[in-house]
Design a protein around this ligand. Structure first.
Ligand code: TYM
Length: 349
C-alpha cells in the first residue's frame, strides 16, 4: 500500500484499452462479485490496460443506506479490491461521490436517454417489483448514471457480470445518440467484457437465483469476509441433486445447482469447465464438495485475512481513495468540460 503516494500510472494514456468498472458499496462483497468482476479487474490491470475502478456510492443510495454503514461498506469494498490484487499504484481506485463530474454528466445523459429505453430495463423491474410507486426516482434513472461513469473516462472496455449486460447496451445507445444528436464522435462505443466460467454465480440454496448480497439467507452466498470454516460449511450445505457429476458440459443442462458448483470450481481453478469435468466426471457430490471447498478456502481465505488487516487502518484506505479521486478528476474534468461545450453550456471566460 505504501507505493500509493504517487498518482497512478494511467495518467499514461499510451494504453490502447481504457477499462472502467464499478461496484456498489451497498453491502458486503460476495463470491459472485469476486469471480464475475474483481478477478477480471485484476487480470486487466496486469494486462497493460489503463484501469479505473470505482466504489459507486451514488448508485448505492438509490436504495436506503444507513450513513455510517455506507462509509464502512465503501471502505470494505476498497479493502476487497486491494486484498484481491488491485494495486493503487497501477489502477485508479476511488469512490464516485468524490468526483462530482459523475453526477454532472449523469444529468446530461438523463436528458439523452429516452423513457422507452429506461422502461425496458429488467433490473429496475426486478428491484422495484410490486413496489414501483414507492422506490426512488434514482433507482429508475440509475443506468444513465452508470453510462456517465463509463463515458466520463472515455472507457473502451467494461468488465462486468452477466447481470449488467443490458445496462452496457444502454450505455452504447446513449453514446450513439449523443454523438448523433450533436454531430460528433466524442463518446466511444464501449465494449462489455463478460467472460469466463462464472459470469453469473448462482445462490447456493437455489440454482435459479443469482448469488446476491441482498439475499436474506446468508447460507445462499459466500461472503468475501467469510473464514475457512464458514466457507466449508456453506459448500457442504449447498443444494445439489442426487446424481453423479457428468463427464460432458451438456450433462450440466437442466442441473442448475450442479452447473453452478462446477462453474465456481472452474473459475477458482482458472480451468475450462470441460477440464474440470474430465477430472471429476462420475464422482458424487460428497466427493466433489470437499474438493470445491478446499479450493475456495485456499483462494478466498487469504483475501479475507488481508481485508481484515486493511480494515484495521481506515485512514490509510481513505488516503488511497483520496489520491485515486484526484487522479480520476484529472481525466474526468476535461471530458466533462468538452461535453458542456458540445451541448452549448455557456462558460465564463
Ligand atoms: P453490483 O454492485 O451489483 O455488482 C458489481 C459487479 O459484480 C458482478 N456480480 C456478479 N457476477 C457474477 N455472479 C454474480 N452472482 C454477481 N453478482 C454481482 C456484477 O455484474 C458487477 O460487475 N450497476 C453496477 C455497478 C456500476 C457499474 C458502473 C459497473 C455502476 N456504474 C459502471 C460497471 C461500469 C452494479 O450494480 O454492480
Amino acid at each position: 500500500m505504501a507505493q500509493a503516494d504517487q498518482a497512478p500510472a494511467q495518467a499514461n494514456a499510451g494504453f490502447t484499452k481504457r477499462v472502467f468498472s464499478g461496484i456498489q458499496p451497498s453491502g458486503g462483497l460476495t463470491l459472485g462479485n469476486y469471480l464475475g468482476a474483481i478477478k477480471r479487474f485484476v487480470e486487466m490491470q496486469e494486462d497493460d490496460c489503463d484501469t479505473i475502478y470505482c466504489m459507486v456510492d451514488l448508485h448505492a443510495i438509490t436504495t436506503w443506506q444507513e450513513p455510517d454503514q455506507l462509509i464502512r461498506n465503501t471502505r470494505e469494498v476498497a479493502a476487497g479490491f486491494i486484498a484481491s490484487g488491485i494495486d493503487p499504484a497501477k489502477s485508479i481506485l476511488f469512490n464516485q461521490s468524490q468526483v462530482p463530474e459523475h453526477a454532472q454528466l449523469g444529468w446530461i445523459f438523463t436528458c439523452v436517454a429516452r423513457m422507452g429505453w429506461m422502461n425496458r430495463m429488467t433490473q429496475f423491474k426486478d428491484k422495484a417489483g410490486k413496489n414501483r410507486e414507492n422506490v426512488s426516482v434514482g433507482l429508475f434513472s440509475y443506468p444513465t448514471l452508470m453510462a456517465a461513469d463509463i463515458l466520463l473516462y472515455h472507457a473502451t472496455h467494461v468488465p462486468v457480470g452477466e447481470d449488467q449486460k443490458q445496462h452496457l447496451e444502454l450505455t452504447r445507445d446513449i453514446a450513439a445518440k449523443f454523438n448523433n444528436d450533436f454531430k460528433t464522435d466524442f463518446f466511444p462505443i464501449t465494449e462489455p467484457v463478460i467472460e469466463g466460467a462464472a459470469t453469473r454465480v448462482m445462490s447456493l440454496r437455489d440454482g435459479s437465483k443469482k448469488m446476491s448480497k441482498s439475499d436474506p439467507s446468508d447460507a445462499s452466498r459466500i461472503n468475501m469476509t467469510d473464514d475457512a470454516d464458514t466457507i466449508a460449511r456453506k459448500f457442504r450445505k449447498a443444494k445439489t441433486d442426487a446424481d453423479a457429476l457428468p463427464s460432458e458440459v451438456d450433462g450440466l443442462e437442466d442441473r442448475p445447482e450442479a452447473r453452478n458448483l462446477v462453474n465456481i470450481y472452474a473459475a477458482l481453478a482458472d480451468m475450462p469447465v470441460q477440464s474440470v469435468l474430465d477430472e471429476i466426471g462420475g464422482r458424487q457430490f460428497s466427493e466433489f464438495k470437499p474438493m470445491l471447498s478446499d479450493l475456495a478456502v485456499a483462494k478466498m481465505a487469504p483475501i479475507a485475512g488481508e481485508m481484515d488487516r486493511l480494515m484495521q487502518d481506515p485512514g490509510e484506505i481513505d488516503r488511497i481513495l483520496g489520491i485515486g479521486a484526484r487522479a480520476a478528476r484529472e481525466i474526468a474534468s476535461p471530458i466533462l468540460a468538452k461535453t458542456y461545450d458540445i451541448v452549448g453550456m455557456l462558460r465564463s471566460a
